[in-house]
Design a protein around this ligand. Structure first.
Ligand code: BGC
Length: 389
């Protein structure tokens, strides 16, 4: 920990009250009513989206229609997910109704209700708050419409047939291991760390936290890592609806409240959006290349990858949304055409009602040393996209 000379330490209690977390529950930031919901968008802008790896010959889909409900277009990853799903399903001859709900829980419920009413044959859902979908999922089941959970597990329902995702605990372990291997963790030279975890209504966020802490807790216990805010629990560090603004605000408050006398060395964040928020807070607080902390993220968004190249973000977790879409499409074909879906996990994803048969894609940590090999050679972004201003 590098000591700073200047700065006044605010009282912990004062700062704690300034911090915006999600311990206070959802009511505080509840989404606006459905009537205020932004219009759903049909077409995802595909300009920066990785090319969809569409299958070639359309199969006998019999004009069936698939409703794809996505959470938001505010983060690039979901734009790519939607674009890939639409392209891959259409290439197989399915009609696709793709809707984004802009993180408005009620809007997502309405979109799914409309899909059911319009006679979709199958639903693919990446939920905002899966508990809020229990009733509409039961409606789908009653109407004989199978549901596939996309990326986020649909909790407390027996209406879901399959789940396509990444190894969510593995994402947390990969972030933890990256910190373990690259931050020089040594009780004789402690490093300061703050945590920015995902949304409490997203099962992925809990699993990521569990994986991360499995690796980092021993270092918090032996003093190699010091969290000066004291906020290390999931409840204290989770950020409702994965809000970048809240991450920035929390980081600003941590820097003002706890890091006036010494630098923050590590921002352990669960999402590229949080990494952007931390970057803005750190720039605002006068951090430069000389004391820039390690910043982790998730999704390897285009902006995050550019920030990795420029050194403003240290790493991210690459999740190939083309592959996820491909696995999800095999599940759609399974429920609609009786094909065999690819499954590689029948144990981990108990949603409170059933254990959902799942396919887990493997997340990969990327940084300056391997982004070319993984991301550019893998055809996810081109050098031109990464070089563009
Ligand atoms: C996804 C992450 C994503 C986050 C925020 C999670 O459910 O698994 O990839 O970063 O949502 O959108």
């Amino acid at each position: 920990m590098k000591k700073k000379v200047l700065g006044t330490l605010l009282s912990v209690a004062m700062v704690a009250s300034m911090l915006v977390g999600c311990g206070g529950g959802e009511a505080e930031t509840a989404a606006p009513a459905a009537t205020d919901a932004p219009a759903a968008t049909e077409e995802a802008p595909a300009a920066d989206a990785p090319a969809a790896d569409a299958a070639e010959a359309p199969a006998a889909s019999g004009g069936k229609k698939v409703g794809v409900a996505m959470p938001t277009q505010s983060s690039e990853r979901w734009i790519n997910d939607g674009a890939n799903m639409k392209a891959q399903l259409e290439s197989l001859g399915y009609e696709v109704d793709l809707q984004y709900a802009e993180d408005d829980v009620q809007a997502q419920v309405s979109q799914i209700e409309n899909m059911i009413a319009s006679g979709v044959n199958c639903l693919v859902i990446a939920s905002i708050d899966s508990d809020a979908l229990v009733n509409v999922e039961a409606q789908a089941k009653d109407a004989g419409i199978p549901i596939i959970a996309y990326d986020r597990l649909l909790m407390n329902t027996d209406a879901v047939s399959y789940y396509a995702t990444f190894d969510n605990k593995g994402v947390g372990t990969a972030i933890g291991k990256y910190i373990e291997e690259n931050a020089g963790l040594d009780p004789a030279d402690p490093k300061t760390i703050e945590f920015f975890m995902g949304s409490p209504d997203d099962n992925n966020a809990h699993m990521l936290y569990a994986g991360l802490m499995e690796v980092l807790q021993p270092y918090l216990d032996n003093g190699a890592l010091v969290c000066k805010s004291g906020r290390t629990s999931f409840d204290d560090t989770c950020i409702l609806r994965w809000s970048q603004e809240t991450a920035q605000q929390n980081c600003e408050n941590y820097l003002t409240g706890f890091y006036a006398d010494e630098d923050l060395d590590i921002c352990a964040t669960a999402f590229d959006g949080f990494a952007y928020g931390c970057k803005a807070a750190l720039e605002g607080a006068g951090y430069t290349d000389a004391n820039w902390p390690m910043i982790t993220g998730q999704d390897a968004e285009l902006m995050a990858t550019k920030n990795i190249i420029s050194g403003k973000q240290t790493m991210s977790i690459y999740k190939d949304t083309r592959l996820l879409a491909e696995k999800c499409v095999t599940m759609v074909q399974a429920v609609l055409e009786g094909a065999e879906p690819e499954i590689n996990d029948t144990e981990q994803y108990n949603n409170g009602k059933i254990v959902v048969p799942s396919y887990l894609c493997t997340p990969v940590a990327v940084d300056q040393s391997n982004y070319k090999e993984i991301i550019v050679d893998g055809g996810y972004y081109t050098e031109e996209q990464l070089a563009a201003e």
